[in-house]
Design a protein around this ligand. Structure first.
Ligand SMILES: Nc1ncnc2c1ncn2[C@@H]1O[C@H](COP(=O)(O)OP(=O)(O)O)[C@@H](O)[C@H]1O
Ligand SMILES: [Mg+2]
Length: 412
């Protein structure tokens, strides 16, 4: 193959317009003399760089820095206002959780729909169908509507379709954060296979540890501009260092991305806090403490079948936990006005660490976000009565030993 880069990004700028009134009626528009009222926001500002062919390339940056927007531009889902993007080879993208999936259709129907959108023929899809379903590990559910899938199943099926398209360039946005460890490992293996086959993978992830070891190169986006580019290990280290430097105080606002907030706003998160055993908000807990996460909401209208989701990241960016009301068996028929939902955690199974909590309100398909507050609450875990030696979680195991008889005797 020639040495031409897989992707060339040249002076790309992307603007979003946010309309001030959500329900624009024709009459209202006419009253204003046809002029729409909106705010402009440049999500990408003159970004230029190249992604070498055959590289595994990380795109990193705080939430809202433009990573997803850039991937969508590369995938030609969005058209930049300025600049241009050249891709050499076929492109498949796994952009958002189950993007391209139709909630009412079954897994099987979605594989065919999604696969054909990604450019596979019906014959190819028929040939690869078993492999796709097998990789996703959702065979028993394949004929159920995907709206009944857990977020993990959604993501696994989406990923499985995207990799089976066998593109020259694979774009993946934040999928590593969602699946379980076994599936993440399978994804990693696929990325390695891709690299071995001389293909290019562009990954957006907050799993800095994985990005550091998996990727050759990285580009760091900061508020829509390219801040740094180079070897992945060096860029990731600089990024993580900067996150630490910020030293946000525990409690009120979270880590590196405290301001990050997105969503359509019909339902909004008001307070997100963690309560101790006495029901008082606290930012410091001990391993094993009972904790209640309280998520307050406010609606501008009645919102049917919402789901609430929480996630925790370590201060160095590892997503180690996520849970939502649907997977937790809490079906909310609707919400209206104001209120709150609680997640009661009997014993906080975490080791001493600084942790950022994120919260989200979603629709029942888990694909539409009403409000998302990333890293909105930071707390620290301190050593409790139960102590383990390292890592993030406290598994609570007990050591036993099958000692030789002589050793047991001396122990008595
Ligand atoms: N469709 C959209 N309409 C309006 N603003 C958007 C849209 N998509 C993204 N944005 C805004 O553009 C910025 C960059 O978003 P995004 O590319 O999703 O960032 P990242 O993936 O790095 O978190 C954010 O401020 C976000 O709110
Ligand atoms: Mg994104």
């Amino acid at each position: 193959m020639s040495a031409a880069p897989a992707v060339e990004v040249e002076g790309v700028a992307k603007r979003f317009r946010m309309y001030r009134e959500r329900n624009q009626s024709l009459k209202a528009a006419l009253m204003r003399g046809g002029r729409a009222s909106f705010d402009e926001y440049w999500a990408l500002k003159d970004v230029s760089f190249e992604i070498p062919q055959g590289s595994t390339f990380a795109l990193i940056g705080e939430n809202g820095s433009g990573k997803s927007t850039l991937l969508k531009c590369i995938a030609r889902i969005l058209e930049p206002e300025r600049g241009r993007i050249r891709t050499h080879g076929s492109v498949a993208a796994l952009l958002e959780l189950g993007s391209g999936f139709h909630p009412e259709l079954s897994g099987r129907e979605n594989v065919f729909l999604n696969g054909s959108i990604l450019g596979m023929t019906k014959r190819e899809l028929e040939r690869k169908f078993d492999e796709i379903v097998d990789f996703a590990g959702i065979e028993p559910f394949i004929d159920q509507p995907v709206k009944n899938y857990s977020s993990g199943m959604y993501m696994r099926l989406g990923f499985s379709v995207a990799i089976n398209v066998d593109p020259d360039i694979l774009l993946v946005d934040e999928v590593l954060a969602v699946g379980d460890a076994a599936f993440q490992e399978k994804c990693m293996e696929k990325f390695v296979d891709f690299r071995r086959a001389g293909k290019t993978v562009v990954i957006v992830s907050h799993a800095m540890g994985s990005m550091r070891t998996l990727c050759d190169q990285a580009a760091w986006l900061d508020r829509g501009s390219l801040l740094d580019i180079g070897r992945a290990d060096a860029i990731v280290d600089r990024y993580v260092d900067k996150g630490h430097e910020k030293g946000v105080a525990p409690g009120t606002a979270g880590g590196a991305n405290a301001e990050a907030r997105v969503g359509s706003g019909e339902a909004r998160l008001t307070t997100v806090e963690m309560l101790d055993a006495s029901g008082t908000p606290a930012t410091s807990f001990r391993t094993g403490d009972p904790v209640t996460v309280r998520v307050g909401y406010e609606c501008t209208e009645r919102v049917e079948q919402p789901a609430f989701a929480l996630a925790m990241d370590t201060v160095d960016g590892m997503r180690f936990w996520a849970h939502h009301t649907r997977d937790g068996g809490l079906e909310l028929p609707f919400i209206e006005g104001t209120g709150h939902v609680d997640l009661v955690i009997p014993a906080l199974a975490l080791q001493p660490y600084t942790i950022d909590l994120s919260a989200r309100i979603l629709d029942h398909t888990l694909t539409h976000t009403y409000d998302f507050r990333r890293h909105c609450y930071r707390f620290v875990v301190e050593t409790g009565d139960h102590r383990e030696s390292g890592g993030v979680v406290a598994l609570g195991g007990r050591w036993t030993a099958d000692l030789p008889a002589s050793a047991s005797e001396t122990a008595v």
